[in-house]
Design a protein. Sequence first.
Lengths: 364, 449
Amino acid sequence: MKFTASKEKLSAGLQKVLTVINPRSPIPVLSNILVAAQQDAVHLTATDLDLSVRVSVEANVAEFGETTVPAKFTASIVREAPADEVQIELGANETAEIVSGSAFFSIRGISANDFPALPTAEGGQALAVDQKLLKAMLQRTGYAASTDESRPILNGVLLRFKEGRLSAVATDGRRLALVEQDVEVDSQVALDLVIPSKAIAELIRSLGDDGQVRIRATASQVIFDTDNLTVYSKLLDGAYPNFAQVIPAPADHRIVLERELFMNAVRRVALMTSEKSNSVKLVFQKNRVVITASSVDIGEAREEVPVKYDGAEISVAFNPTLLAEPLRYLVSDEIFMEISSPTSPGVIKTEEPFLYVIMPMMIS
Amino acid sequence: MTKESLSALWEPVLLRIKGRVSADVFSRWIEVIRPLSWEKGKVVLGVPNDFYVLWLKENYLPLLQQCLLEERGKSEEVVFQVDSEPRPEPAPLEPPEPRAPRRKSTEARTAPALNPAFTFDNFVVGPSNTFAHVACMAVANKPAQAYNPLLIYGGSGLGKTHLMQAIGHAVYRTAHSARVCYVSAESFLNEFVDYVLNKTTNDFRRKYRGMDVLLLDDVHFLAGKTGIQEEFFHTFNALTNARKQIVLTCDRPIAEIVGLEPRLVSRFGWGLVTELSPPDLETRLAILRKKAAGMNITLPPEVMEFIAENFRTDIRKLEGALTRVVSYASLCRQPINVETVSRLLRDTVEKAARQISVDAIQKAVAETFDLRLADMTSKRRPQSVAFPRQVAMYLSRTLTPHSLPAIGEAFGRNHATVIHACRAVENRMRSDPAFRETIDALRERLQQP
């Protein structure tokens, strides 16, 4: 194997796959990246057995071949390379020689035969959706997934294809994020995929803005495929809970807020929360909301933000992180908040297809 | 605690909650809650699935506790539990019942043929059988009012007969005039045949239809026997109409019994159907302890654990193993340790837990970590070799009955190295879930026959 590639592109490719690697894996070959040189491209693959990512990088290939090289070292070497081009050649005993400008490295690898085979999705269903759309949907839901391992089914995002619509849902028991979009998929297709958070993070990081992403899925595996990126992930096992139950009936009060203004105010006020009193209180009055927080041993904060509202005064308390988090990923300037009582769930909606349910905290 | 007194306690709490949340929230999340038990400051609340447990715990627990505190004047521990059993229908209205002829109080009642050991006191409760236990207690406290009929199903040796007879004991002891009958489906059939042969079926009917509590064990035995099913159908109707308690056991879900008349199947499901599943390790240990205490015997804890580990699915076999060990100890007057016990129970230990050799462990570990088998015993000590070797030692320690020195020898090392290895691996397992998974996968692979 021998090829030359642009330092910048090779480095970007290595960074994309690097995040997959579990640095403490007991199986040595899993700390390595599979490097395969073919026609006009080099394919870089990393896996932790549950999630595998394959990136293709343009290269000038002199000799086909493949090997695996230690991920961290190789990524650092390429990043620090002195010249614009990097040449990698496989020497004897699976030793890779990396040359850039006047720098020379030789690094001991492991035979590519020891690298686990990538899963296939033969016999599974195949679909295609817009890359940018999928990325945005995952961005707006992924953060709401649970990290509590006692309920594994919630440690990911549900992608539900049904009647020509795609729903993305994530919840951790205290909030729920949902995005529903019409997609150009056969309306006969009914498919539930629960994709682990690690794969979601990889997709958000790596999906581009143009073109389609092909999705192939079997009962236990899913493959996302674009022109230069393939993400293979196992699916979370089990049925996703009935999330529709969480979405409350339309509320009595609708408040129009300016997204960034509100988000920044919540973040500022939240500075005065502590582990013990981790809530901000919102008091909605005519055309304004007063956001307050106080911790006995730290101090107090108070900020007023103009809103559009002309109902009766209503107060409600939320966890500030859960309240501000979805706002980061939205783009519209205005958001709508629906609140029916201090003990009922609050709902955040926007002009874009997005719905967020957040459970209030008890005001004592 | 009976269902009635439970709901009597729960109802006012429910009302308080209703005042605090919107009708929407109440009907979505609160109304479905069913109190399952309420004892010693601990309330167990049943909900339809795990998602309810999560959502209620995360969002409504403080509210629930607040309402409980206000209602009861003291704080109560709240535990949610998934109760997948069908919710009992509200009690049917009083039917215009043909009242069973009242018995004269002087009429002698015969003691039911019950095993004196099968009482509630002797029943070890664990997560696998809590619900069944609670249901049986409810029936024993208020026969024919809580759940009627009560159907207990579960595999062989999980305590069906025990629970059923415990109901018999409790009712016979507390209700002084109650007539209790315990009969296995097989004797029920044989008895019926006898009565038919002697042309005295009326006596048979009088006998069974005069019972206050009928405990019929192993109803699956009735499958495919239409004559007795017909007879039992009428007995069943007579008893339920007269508001008498019927308790049934079965070794599988009732719908899976082939050759049982649909009208019986539907009737069996009228009341409450409850399942017994195999006990977890803690419960098995508790059973052994209780049994050993009953025999006035103390065994070393590691011996108890060994027995509990190796007899997983059948409590009868579990207790059998204990009896065997105890009798061996008293006959041979030898100290009991894991080695003697594993030798003693060699032929009865379940297949799943077959002997795993240190060789097999070394081989599997070497494969998993991509090492040569020779590395397992070599003196080389780079981390990439040493750590898998520690893993192999740890697995040998936990999966084989060999002693520390024996394991040490198999690795060309001494017992202290093995102890150190076990600690190192256990520490790593605590701090690294991914590693733990690797170990669990290895262990599973080794235990597969």
